[in-house]
Design a protein. Structure first.
Length: 254
C-alpha cells in the first residue's frame, strides 16, 4: 500500500469513527475496502499517536477524547487567516519570536510563526513537531483535558528530550494543576537546551482552545538562573501574550 493511500485510509478511518460507537477492526476494514490486517496496522499507528483509544474488553476502536475533526479544522483555518497581524504585533511588543501551536495526537506542531528581528533569537519552528508533554504550547492545550484523559493518552513514562524534560505523567499532572491555576505554561530547556517559552490558549466561542499562542526567547535573555523566575521579564512577556490572546479570541468569536 502506497504512503499516500495509507494516509488517505487513515484519515477516512478517523472520519468513520466520528460520532459513532466503538467499532471492530473487521467493520472498519470492510468500510475501507481493505484487508483486516491493513486496517489493523493503520489503527495501531493511530492508537500509538493518540488519535484513537481501544476498549480493553471488546478490542473495539473509538476516537480519543479531544479529537474533533471537521469542526476543529474549520476553526483553525479561520484562526490562521486572522492571526498573522496579531502575531506580528506581539512580536513587535515583546521583541521575541511568536508561534501558534496545535495539538495533533501526542505531538504539537507549529503552523504559523513570526520570528524576532534580533540577531540572537529563537528560530521559527514551522513544520516541526515535538512531544506534547515537553512544549509549553502542548502543556497549555493538555490542561483543558481531565487528568484521567491525559494519563490514558500518555501512559506512565514520557520521552525525555533534555535533562529538564518531565519523565513521568505523575510529574506532568502536578504541573497541570499549576498551569490550570495560572492559565499559562512554560518550557525552560525542556525541548531544547537554552530555550524559554511561555504559552497561553486562545479560546473559541465555546471556551475551548482553538490553538496555543507562545512567545519564545533565548533563556539567557529571560533568566540568569534557569531555575529562578525573573518576574519583571516574564510578567512583561505574559502580559503581552495574554493581551494578544484576548484580542484573537474576541475576533474569532465575532
Amino acid at each position: 500500500m502506497s504512503e499516500l493511500k495509507t494516509l488517505r485510509n487513515g484519515l477516512t478511518l478517523l472520519r468513520l469513527l466520528e460520532g459513532r460507537p466503538p467499532s471492530a477492526i473487521t467493520e472498519l476494514a470492510k468500510e475501507l475496502e481493505i484487508s483486516p490486517s491493513a486496517a489493523h496496522r493503520i489503527a495501531s499507528t493511530l492508537l500509538s499517536e493518540g488519535f484513537l483509544q481501544q476498549d480493553q474488553r471488546s478490542r473495539r476502536y473509538m476516537l480519543s477524547e479531544g479529537v474533533v475533526l471537521a469542526r476543529a479544522r474549520s476553526g483553525l483555518e479561520r484562526a490562521l487567516a486572522v492571526a498573522p497581524a496579531h502575531l506580528t504585533s506581539l512580536r513587535d511588543s515583546t521583541g521575541e519570536t511568536v508561534h501558534i501551536g496545535v495539538r495533533t495526537g501526542l505531538q504539537v506542531n507549529f503552523p504559523l510563526a513570526v520570528e524576532s528581528t534580533r540577531q540572537v533569537r529563537v528560530s521559527s519552528s514551522v513544520g516541526r513537531s515535538v512531544p506534547v508533554h515537553a512544549a509549553a504550547t502542548g502543556k497549555i492545550l493538555l490542561s483543558y483535558l481531565a487528568d484521567n484523559e491525559i494519563r490514558q493518552m500518555l501512559g506512565g513514562r514520557l520521552e525525555p528530550l533534555t535533562d529538564r524534560t518531565l519523565r513521568t505523567t505523575d510529574a506532568l499532572l502536578l504541573e497541570m494543576a499549576e498551569i490550570r491555576k495560572s492559565g499559562r505554561a512554560i518550557n525552560v530547556s525542556e525541548t531544547e537546551v537554552g530555550l524559554y517559552t511561555v504559552a497561553v490558549a486562545v479560546e473559541g466561542s465555546n471556551a475551548e482552545p482553538v490553538f496555543a499562542l507562545a512567545v519564545s526567547a533565548p533563556l539567557a535573555r529571560v533568566r540568569t538562573d534557569p531555575a529562578t523566575r525573573n518576574a519583571a521579564v516574564e510578567d512583561s512577556l505574559l502580559d503581552a501574550l495574554r493581551l494578544c490572546s484576548r484580542e484573537l479570541s474576541e475576533e474569532l468569536g465575532r
